[in-house]
Design a protein around this ligand. Sequence first.
Ligand SMILES: Cc1cc2nc3c(=O)[nH]c(=O)nc-3n(C[C@H](O)[C@H](O)[C@H](O)COP(=O)(O)O)c2cc1C
Length: 173
Amino acid sequence: MKIAIVYKSLTGNTAMVAEALKEALKEKGPVYFGPPEGCPEAELYFVGSWTDKGSCAGEIGEFLRSLENKKAALFGTAGFGGSEEYFRVLSARAAENLGRGCTFLGSFYCQGKMPPSVRARYEALLRDNPGDKRAATSIENFDAALSHPDRADLEKAKSWALTMLAASAKKEG
Ligand SMILES: Cc1cc2nc3c(=O)[nH]c(=O)nc-3n(C[C@H](O)[C@H](O)[C@H](O)COP(=O)(O)O)c2cc1C
């Protein structure tokens, strides 16, 4: 089966997950590893993105819409990663983009560190309004994200890739 790993990563977090998937799938010899532009035809696509204002990157949405009758497994990283519920929302939003006849196999998300400028913004909010609970929570979240993706995230991503491979084989009948 031809496998492509397609992703967009601005600061490297999603790229780390993509590398872990490549490692897990190396025996299957993915035909492609890289950005959406220039991705050749495949049967199973692992498509990954950073999170931009609650959705996948625009180029990734566009790529997913261009797929027809393909199997797809989605992955991503998000700064606000505290809850599985949030990851489910992100996954559902990304999957909505899949083109006609595509089979959505499943998704993997983990938290991804954010640039220091983001923390500085929350700090300023808190300085202006020390009672701002949302800003305080956002700082906590920012700090929790700093170590991600960590080794455990990447190991989880690798096992998930194999699960997706098995799910894909099942769909073949
Ligand atoms: C402009 C911008 C918007 C973002 N919007 C969100 C968001 O809505 N939700 C979220 O969880 N993280 C958001 N983030 C954080 C990134 O998605 C997160 O740090 C991710 O791991 C970055 O992945 P990358 O290193 O592969 O680019 C945003 C980051 C930037 C720069």
